[in-house]
Write a protein that binds this ligand. Sequence first.
Ligand SMILES: *Cc1c(COP(=O)(O)O)cnc(C)c1O
Ligand code: SF4
Length: 398
Amino acid sequence: MSTNTAEKQSSTPSRKAIPLTLIEPTSPQHFANRSDLMSFDVSAHPWRETLAKSFKTDRDLAKVLQNVRPVDQQVYQVIAARVTPYIAQLMDERNPNCPIRIQYVPEQDELNVAPHEMGDQLSEDDMMPEGTSIVHRYPNRVLFLVHNICGAYCRHCTRKRMVSDPLNVISMERIRRSVDYLREHPEIQDVLLSGGDPLLLTDGKLDQILSMIREARPDLKILRIGSRLLAQLPTRVTPELCEVLVKNRVTLINTQVNHPKEITPLFQERIAMLRHSGIMLGNQSVLMKGVNDDVQVMRDLVMDLVANGIRPYYVYSMDPAPGNSKFQVSYDRMLEIYHGIRGWVSGPAIPTFIVDGIGGLGKMPVQPEYVRKVQDGEQTRLEATNFEGRSADVSYLL
Ligand SMILES: *Cc1c(COP(=O)(O)O)cnc(C)c1O
Ligand code: SF4
């Protein structure tokens, strides 16, 4: 971890960071056992109250789940643990291989860092203009990090180098400088708020930041938010939040649902509320061993998403953040899963499979070649193969 710490310090501004008014839960979680947890009605409580009852250690979780393996404190230095009561209720009580548990329960083997794994594998820190919290990799669009706290911490997080880290808090000063950057760069047409989770901000703070962006750049074509909180605590979606989003003309929210179990009645209800406000919804899954590296699971997931008005947008291969190799699904398996989807599920349910560029190359699509050149002696032919494996010659296209 020593290199990681050095890197964090170098990317942390020397001036004292002013934390945003975040809702760090202070009250302890109160669930003494499983039945206590299961009798908690998430939909009957304001989201911040539920968030304050989150589980923060393996010991907390062991009160409501069986077969939780204890972990050392060092694991929490890589990325903190936090599980909302809503997610804990979705977890299988006994089976550690439950797809929800794999995503959220801390494990000791997260400390096994493979040689190819890096702290900033996407070179985001290098693409951050001085003093801002913007990642400017593409010509016309930027990532705008608004803070580094999430409603729950995913063990596979691509930004574990910065999320949950008190040294990496993003100050209001950096946010102002980022807005200045948007003003100075009219070629930017699309701003994507990320973090951490932007929806963890209070409605007032979110409104403030969105208004600053809209005021600086009234001509922005797209303003989008990446938030997993929709799937981690759906009660975050309220009429008041929708009002803030509509007022600031937020175009699209992308969430992260990795398994059909995450599509609950409460999630469906709150997604419908967002859709009634006219917000487009997309989903970015991460392909994870034991969670969704299975054709049937992926078919169900993408169809259930579309059925709820959420467009499956991307399926990412696991980013090589420290400790992530245990979740890695191979390239060949990725192609097999794509094959198992294309043609077998509805067209609008088919996401683009992505490898995010190492060293800041950006997102690159991965898919089998359905139409390809084949060498027939001297002659080059073009051959098309359909989802069932039947082929035809399409050399007329050459
Ligand atoms: C993913 C990403 C974007 C958005 O990419 P799209 O393909 O347009 O969704 C923008 N900037 C950075 C740095 C990103 O990583
Ligand atoms: S919600 Fe996103 S940023 Fe937060 S821990 Fe999960 S993957 Fe990382």
